[in-house]
Design a protein around this ligand. Structure first.
Ligand code: BGC
Length: 417
């Protein structure tokens, strides 16, 4: 009996040793992908890692746009216990890199030719001091208008391509008894709509100067007042239940025909897909008014935090490698609504919205119309983007005049720079 027990525990120990040898460690991954389309996307990453022997510890913090997730990440990092990888984007990657938190994954990037696989507008953002510290999963286009064609038909309205026409069509929709613009009253959603207005009314050159370079002359101009004028006119087209509403709930209002339109990045397409809807018949995607030649880009990426455990370091490398794999880039982006970050991928399985996005990405990069999204953390420091959020949301939720909005923006950006 004693002998048996001894053998059993030896066998168990041997089994454990061999299973440890097979496991490539664990990744604890912080993200904010909790809607239907987002969950389907992130689950594919989890499956891929599982197949590669890496176990996944999910660290999801709900809240569109990621503000809540970033707050939680800061407190974990400050207490000396950051996750293995976190969904961090744009200039924030540099901020975390400057603080010394990030791990260098140059080895994986070199072995897999990331410099050759990624457009420089993407790879530049993934590097800190010339070393890769993050891996990109996609490219989202933010300046989209999602519409329900049946609501348009029933209202005798047509999908607007200019902001002037938007006001005319939205009025017809409202008069027919529908909500013209599905919107969630959260600061990042206000900023997303504001960004579309900035791009449409000001054009990409003004956008770049005022909202990327934070040039005070560009900000302090009549164009900024004109932007706030148009932005203010949108207040009348949203419903009184919008405060606090999540973005995917707003998308569902377009899906179920309660509302005609939503201005949102193409993660909204993930929700149409989960609801079993088809592009062209059940919904349409067109560029936000007056922005058809432009593209506000938003690249989701995972930054890797320095780890002392060798197994976890290895797991990070596996995760980085899987993310740039062509199968992952295809399936993830089919679910997420975005387009692959990796160049040279087949377009066959993607729908017409994704094709439009791919074409617009290339065309706008040649005309100067390709600009980083300030509403999604791609353009300016977190301090400046926070200032823009505050001004946009205060304006949209008050009866401030366009001149007041513009002057508050100038002061807030100046103070935050
Ligand atoms: C992210 C998307 C996400 C969206 C809504 C954006 O900032 O880039 O991946 O789906 O927020 O949560």
């Amino acid at each position: 009996m004693k002998q048996n027990m001894k053998m059993t525990s030896l066998a168990a120990a041997a089994f454990m040793a061999s299973s440890t040898a097979f496991s490539a460690g664990e990744v604890e991954v912080l993200h904010w992908w909790t809607s239907g389309g987002e969950a389907a996307s992130v689950n594919y990453l989890k499956d891929k890692l599982d197949g590669a022997g890496v176990s996944w510890s999910d660290f999801a913090v709900a809240g569109g746009g990621g503000e809540n997730a970033m707050t939680v990440l800061k407190s974990r990092a400050i207490s000396g216990n950051p996750p293995t990888a976190a969904q961090i984007k744009g200039p924030s990657i540099q901020e975390w890199g400057d603080l010394g938190f990030l791990a260098d994954i140059n080895g994986v990037a070199k072995d897999n030719n990331w410099d050759g696989l990624l457009p420089s507008v993407v790879s530049d953002v993934m590097k800190h001091n010339g070393n890769y510290v993050a891996a990109p999963v996609n490219v989202h286009r933010v300046n989209w208008l999602w519409s329900n064609p049946e609501v348009f038909r029933k209202s005798g309205a047509t999908i607007p391509t200019t902001w002037d026409d938007f006001m005319v069509q939205a009025k017809k929709i409202q008069d027919a008894g529908y909500i013209a613009l599905a919107h969630g009253g959260q600061d990042w959603q206000d900023a997303t709509v504001f960004e579309a207005v900035v791009l449409g009314i000001g054009g990409p050159e003004y956008y770049q100067k005022a909202f990327v370079e934070t040039d005070m002359d560009a900000l302090n101009s009549d164009t900024t007042t004109a932007v706030f004028e148009t932005f203010g006119k949108l207040r009348q087209f949203i419903d009184s239940n919008s405060p606090g509403r999540d973005w995917n709930v707003a998308t569902s209002m377009v899906i179920n025909g309660e509302a005609a339109m939503q201005i949102m990045g193409d993660w909204a397409k993930g929700e149409f897909k989960v609801a079993g809807k088809s592009v062209g018949t059940d919904y349409t995607c067109t560029a936000a008014p007056d922005t058809s030649g432009s593209f506000t880009f938003n690249v989701d990426s995972f930054a890797f935090f320095s780890q002392s455990d060798l197994g976890n370091q290895q797991a990070q490398k596996v995760m980085a490698k899987e993310i740039l794999g062509s199968d992952f880039q295809e399936v993830f982006n089919l679910n997420k609504g975005s387009i692959p970050a990796r160049l040279g991928m087949s377009r066959d399985k993607f729908d017409s919205c994704a094709h439009d996005s791919m074409d617009a990405f290339i065309a706008s990069s040649q005309t100067g119309g390709l600009v980083p999204s300030f509403a999604h953390g791609m353009a300016v420091s977190s301090a400046v983007s926070g200032a823009i959020y505050d001004v946009a949301t205060n304006f949209f939720n008050s009866d401030q005049s366009a001149a007041e909005g513009a002057s508050q923006l100038v002061s807030a950006v100046k103070a935050a720079k």
